[in-house]
Design a protein around this ligand. Structure first.
Ligand code: KG4
Ligand code: ZN
Length: 330
């Protein structure tokens, strides 16, 4: 019986391939990371990313199939990230998936990367109970959505400028902490005092976000301060970022009666965010649903799980129309 999806994710700087069952069981997940390659530039260098994907993609697919112990005949479909992302990186995944699909006689389905993140909390076990409020916090996006089911998604508010992950990465670079900024800014913040009053842009304006003002405030503070205490700057930045994210989540939970709050995307790996979201959910009487750490940052298992949703849609999938308008798609 065909009961597996091969997921392929190459939207940014990781070549990721996974084999996942309909219930979200991950039979294999292999990630060829390019972090070391891009660290020297302090961010992702798109041309090098595309070339590294070309080198990594076939061996990564082969390994994922081997680790899962399956052959192409066992595949229901191949699900591949179709966007948003870096065009050169995406094309490597899309063209490889198309070629394999043709050769193997397996359908190929293009999957919205964000829909993958939205489903990541149900990998390995079903955690999400609907209706739910979803906070998606990644390097490319920050938004709140309401979900009645995996197929019924309403965008509530997204960032007007930078994503919170981008702000983390820029602050990491300003403080010379290296790339990617998220994990190291988090670790550094734990060693400092949040004693610098950075702004919380748009804190009380609906469910939209803005992070560019916070990022600029950190830059201005560093320009104006002799011998800044790096740990205190990181702690003050993280406190402001958390304040913004949690205030908006609280507002959304007050406005919409839901059963769970789901926090997904790379920044959902932040221990501070995980802990503070837990406190908020206790207070509001809703369940917090978090993907395990390895499914918070980019991976192909989430793309494979989302592919099953596409198979169940009656019509050609037009994923997240509201999000497409808000954030674009490929
Ligand atoms: O979801 P993701 O892996 O890729 C995108 O789709 O963008 O998210 C990457 C982002 C980066 O900005 C990275 O700095 C951030 O997630 N990140 C974190 C942590 N781990 C990764 N941010 C805060 N704390 C972390 N522990
Ligand atoms: Zn992502």
């Amino acid at each position: 019986m065909k009961k597996y999806i091969l997921g392929i994710e190459s939207s940014c700087d990781d070549t990721a391939v996974a084999v996942v069952t309909e219930a979200g069981e991950v039979k294999s997940s292999v990630i060829a990371s390019q972090t070391d390659l891009h660290a020297q530039f302090g961010g992702v260098f798109p041309e090098f990313a595309g070339r590294a994907h070309v080198a990594a993609i076939l061996p990564t697919i082969e390994r994922a199939m081997q680790e899962a112990g399956i052959t192409p005949a066992d595949l229901e479909a191949i699900g591949v990230t179709r966007g948003p992302g870096l065009i050169g990186s995406l094309l490597v995944g899309l063209s490889t998936a198309s070629g394999l699909g043709l050769g193997w006689g397996v359908p190929v389905i293009g999957v919205n990367h964000l829909r993958g993140h939205l489903r990541s909390a149900d990998l390995e076990e079903t955690r999400v109970s609907y209706p739910a409020i979803i906070l998606l916090v990644s390097g490319g996006h920050t938004f709140l959505a309401h979900m009645d089911s995996p197929a019924e998604i309403q965008l509530l508010g997204s960032t007007r400028d930078d994503s919170v992950g981008e702000a983390y990465d820029k602050v990491g670079r300003m403080l010379d902490l290296g790339y990617p900024g998220g994990p190291v800014v988090d670790r550094t913040a734990k060693l400092g005092q949040a004693n610098i009053p950075f702004p919380r842009p748009m804190l009380h304006k609906g469910l939209e976000f803005s992070f560019s003002g916070l990022k600029s405030a950190v830059a201005r503070y560093l320009d104006a301060t002799e011998n800044p205490v790096v740990e205190d700057v990181a702690a003050s930045f993280v406190e402001a970022a958390m304040d913004i994210l949690l205030t908006k989540c609280r507002k959304a939970l007050q406005q919409y009666p839901v059963r769970s709050l789901v926090v997904v995307g790379g920044v959902a790996a932040s221990p501070q965010l995980r802990a503070q979201a837990g406190e908020l959910c206790d207070e509001m009487g809703v369940t917090l649903c978090l993907p395990p750490l390895r499914w918070s940052t980019d991976n192909a298992a989430m793309i494979a799980l989302a592919t099953w949703d596409y198979l169940h849609l009656d019509k050609a999938p037009e994923p997240l129309p509201a999000l497409q308008l808000a954030i674009g798609d490929f």
